[in-house]
Design a protein around this ligand. Structure first.
Ligand code: PEP
Ligand code: MN
Length: 347
């Protein structure tokens, strides 16, 4: 349930409400709002007695149940877009459109440094690159592990880009969190609940990718795991789903971007590389993502895609990357105008 306090509620009144909610056996999970305090409470069973008792209090403006099963990530819980701070000078959400780019895998110092410089020149703010790679075949390149994380940190120091990189297991969360600015959960791990719970305590923003065969509701429930375990800085990523169609690597559920923005306040990101598997389709899909209102893009680029150790066919080469970023600019300018015009009043 959500309890909105009156604008001038005192600290004592807020504490009194929290105590009453706790007495009813519910857990306080979030307190939000700049202008007024909004308390989120979760628990099992019928909330009607508790809601009635709270509504009777003078200091309570409104006490309502949250009907969505994904409570804290729902738009019902928070009307305004959430903004995730991924570095001191980089925020994702509301009026900042952010591009994250880099190779599928960190392969060598030379490759990641060249990729980072290329990403920066094109206007990316975040460098992607996998050090722990979820590969279908155990005989394929599995990533450089900690050595790859160190190279990413070096690229950050040289370019000022933030780092997003995948974490595949709960055991590796502390190690990856030492190096990454954003912890990526890959599609194959979207419902790895032990990992999601550990990410709730990792102290870093999380980029949660949609599972290959996951519904939008399941994606939101996975995000709820991370938030309910203590981390509200979650971004969702559409990366295509598996259908009968094999002409593209995955089928891009592009409308999920607009739908997710109705259902949740969390930033929504599109990955046009994994969604298509084909580099010629990446720029048109990136345009569509901006037009439909994504908050950010994450995509693969490589200094020499023909030599890439993973996902070369979907990686943009330097010329394609620079051209795409230039072509996107007018779309991003319109996107920004629309965002500034549309934001609901802060709670
Ligand atoms: C990746 O980003 O390189 C990746 C493996 O993506 P996904 O988890 O979406 O397949
Ligand atoms: Mn990849």
């Amino acid at each position: 349930m959500i309890i909105s306090m009156k604008r001038h509620a005192t600290r004592e009144e807020i504490d009194g409400v929290i105590q009453r909610i706790t007495e009813f056996g519910y857990k306080i999970h979030a307190i939000e709002g700049e202008e007024r305090v909004v308390i989120g409470a979760i628990g099992v069973g019928d909330t009607s007695n508790c809601l009635e008792s709270l509504t009777a209090l003078d200091c309570v403006e409104k006490a309502v149940p949250i009907s969505a099963p994904y409570k804290f990530v729902s738009r019902e819980f928070k009307k305004t877009d959430s903004v995730v701070k991924v570095a001191p000078d980089i925020e994702i959400g509301y009026d900042q459109f952010v591009v994250m780019a880099g190779p599928c895998s960190v392969e060598s110092e030379k490759q990641i440094m060249e990729s980072a410089e290329l990403a920066r020149r094109g206007g990316a703010r975040v460098l992607r690159g996998g050090a722990f790679k979820p590969r279908t075949s155990p005989y394929d390149f599995q990533g450089l592990a900690e050595e790859g994380l160190k190279l990413l940190a070096k690229a950050r120091a040289e370019t000022g880009l933030a780092i997003v990189t995948e974490v595949m297991s709960d055991a590796e969360v502390p190690l990856v969190a030492e190096y990454a600015d954003i912890m990526q959960v890959g599609a194959r791990n979207m419902q790895n609940f032990a990992l999601l719970k550990a990410l709730g305590k990792c102290g870093r923003p999380v980029l949660l990718k949609r599972g290959l065969s996951s519904t939008i509701k399941e994606l939101l429930m996975s995000a709820e795991y991370i938030v309910a375990h203590g981390n509200k800085d979650v971004m969702l990523c559409e990366r295509g789903i598996r259908t009968f169609e094999t002409a593209t690597r995955n089928t891009c559920d592009i409308v999920s971007i607009a739908l997710l923005r109705e259902m949740t306040h969390l930033p929504v990101v599109l990955d046009p590389s994994h969604a298509t598997g084909k580099r010629s389709l990446v720029p048109p899909l990136a345009r569509a993502a901006v037009a439909i209102g994504a908050d950010a893009l994450i995509l693969e680029i490589h200094p020499n895609p023909a030599k890439a150790m993973s996902d070369g066919a979907q990686s943009l080469d330097p010329q394609q990357w620079m051209a795409m970023m230039e072509d996107l600019q007018p779309y991003i300018a319109l996107w920004k105008q629309a965002r500034l015009a549309s934001q609901p009043v802060a709670v």
